[in-house]
Design a protein around this ligand. Structure first.
Ligand SMILES: O=C[C@H](O)[C@H](O)COP(=O)(O)O
Ligand SMILES: C=C(OP(=O)(O)O)C(=O)O
Length: 449
């Protein structure tokens, strides 16, 4: 860990996927303001999550990380936050009940506002001919609207990220401790729309069993706190150095730097260069961290990253989030897991079943197939079973709403159906029914683990 390099030192190392701001004074002012604002999370909570991820890496718990691909400021409403939380609580209860394993709940939420992009620019055809503007990089950077004003990176947005994250987290804390997450509410989390689907009915049957079990527990005088509240953690890709650096503070207990903008932060596939600024920054913070590993990652890359990011081999500190794609995971993952395990490196293996499965539908929508998502998770479990190692969790992009962004699943959404309610500003998300379907399938895999 040790002393954090300055922002200037990090930029001198070279950071990928950073916006080009045209007003350095406004950027400096936003960073200075951020440095004065209170932490959004506490270092002690980050340590608590680290211990839970360590348990997941040993197979004593299971990590469920989910939420939007990209949060938006207009989307940070009470209804949206409740819906997102609700679907994750439903998924968690399915996994816990069906597989008898504690679920560590981590939202891609309250900070997931910055996106790496394949291209710095976007070109659209207009009546006046093709127009090229900076790519949308998430609300933390610029606006989605395709105009020069909106696409200009605006440092003021970094402060908006802070305030939006603070209000989301405040609501999440209220929901998770104030009664909404009470297990007695297990039925009310199931909305009308879901209840009428086959998976919704499956869920209702399970919820009725949980009710009976709770009544029994109460009758014998057992009513632990855990029945009434849940632990829920926030996470995001720590992409924008200005924001993440300004939100890094020295913990008074340990005197170590923590990123206090989210409990867990991760390094994306496009910024995990061993000699890059992101890896350098992450090597100095004490949070539990994730690092994405795509099909181009070698076992030696994984070992070198682990040596830089977790030199003391602290359990729960490092999660490798693999995102190979359904077609590649069975061939690609074994070499990584084998070598990392053989070297005695302590990591939690989590399957991001989304980012290797994206493609453009014939009508232009960016989508994924539900069956590919499921197949990648199955491949992930298969590989770990064959190697005798632990599949510690999954990462999904999902929403609490009934959007139409991913094809397939029980509702058999097809490419034409994507237009019905496609709302994501970057990548497609599982809707509520698809999220629950996945949870039941994963619960089955977990039972066999
Ligand atoms: O969410 C992940 C990335 O930001 C995204 O997949 C990149 O998308 P792009 O290829 O459309 O830029
Ligand atoms: C950008 C993401 O994924 P990746 O870095 O794996 O492409 C993400 O999870 O939002």
């Amino acid at each position: 860990m040790s002393s954090l390099p300055s922002l200037e030192q990090l930029h001198a190392i070279g950071a990928k996927q950073q916006p080009s701001y045209d007003d350095p004074a406004a950027l400096a002012a936003a960073v200075e303001r951020l440095r004065t604002l209170p932490p959004l999370v506490f270092a002690g909570e980050c340590d608590e999550l680290k211990a839970k991820i360590a348990a997941a890496s040993r197979g004593e718990a299971f990590l469920l990380q989910g939420g939007d691909c990209a949060e938006t400021f207009v989307g940070a409403t009470a209804d949206n936050t409740r819906n997102k939380l609700r679907v994750l609580l439903q998924m968690a209860v399915v996994l816990t009940y069906a597989a008898s394993v504690p679920v560590v709940k981590v939202g891609r939420l309250a900070g997931q506002y910055a996106k790496p992009r394949s291209s710095d620019t976007e070109t659209r055809e207009t009546p006046e001919g093709p127009v090229t503007l900076p790519a949308y990089r998430g609300d933390a950077v610029n606006g989605f609207e395709f105009t020069p004003e909106s696409r200009r990176p605006d440092p003021q947005r970094l402060l908006d990220v802070y305030h939006s994250s603070a209000s989301t987290l405040n609501l999440v804390r209220a929901f998770t401790t104030g009664g909404y997450a009470d297990l007695r509410q297990v039925h009310t989390w199931n909305s009308e729309f879901v209840r009428n689907s086959p998976v919704g009915q499956h869920y209702e049957a399970m919820a009725a069993e949980i009710d009976r079990a709770l009544t029994f527990m109460q009758a014998i005088g057992a009513d632990p706190d855990e029945f009434h509240r849940v632990d829920f953690y926030s996470s995001h890709e720590a992409l924008l150095l200005e924001y993440e650096h300004a939100m890094t503070r020295i913990d008074s207990r340990t005197e170590q730097p923590y990123n206090v903008s989210g409990h867990m932060v991760w390094i994306g596939e496009r910024t995990r260069q061993l000699d890059g600024a992101h890896v350098e920054y992450f090597s100095h913070i004490s949070n539990p961290i994730g690092c994405k590993l795509g099909p181009s990652a070698t076992a030696d890359d994984a070992l070198a990253l682990a040596a830089r990011l977790n030199p003391t081999n602290e359990p729960g500190r490092l999660t490798f989030i693999t995102r190979f794609g359904a077609g590649k995971i069975r061939d690609g993952l074994p070499a990584l897991v084998e070598k990392v395990t053989a070297e005695g490196v302590d990591v939690a293996w989590v399957c991001d079943a989304m980012h290797g499965n994206t493609f453009e539908a014939s009508n232009g929508y960016k989508t994924r197939r539900f069956e590919d998502v499921l197949d990648e998770v199955q491949g992930f479990f298969d590989v770990h079973r064959a190697l005798g190692t632990v599949p510690a969790g999954i990462l999904v992009e999902n929403t609490g709403d009934d959007v139409t962004e991913i094809i397939g699943g029980g509702e058999e959404l097809d490419e034409q159906g994507l237009a019905h309610r496609y709302e994501s500003v970057v990548d497609p998300r599982l809707n509520r029914v698809q999220s629950l379907e996945l949870a039941f399938q994963v619960a089955g895999m977990l039972q066999k683990r």
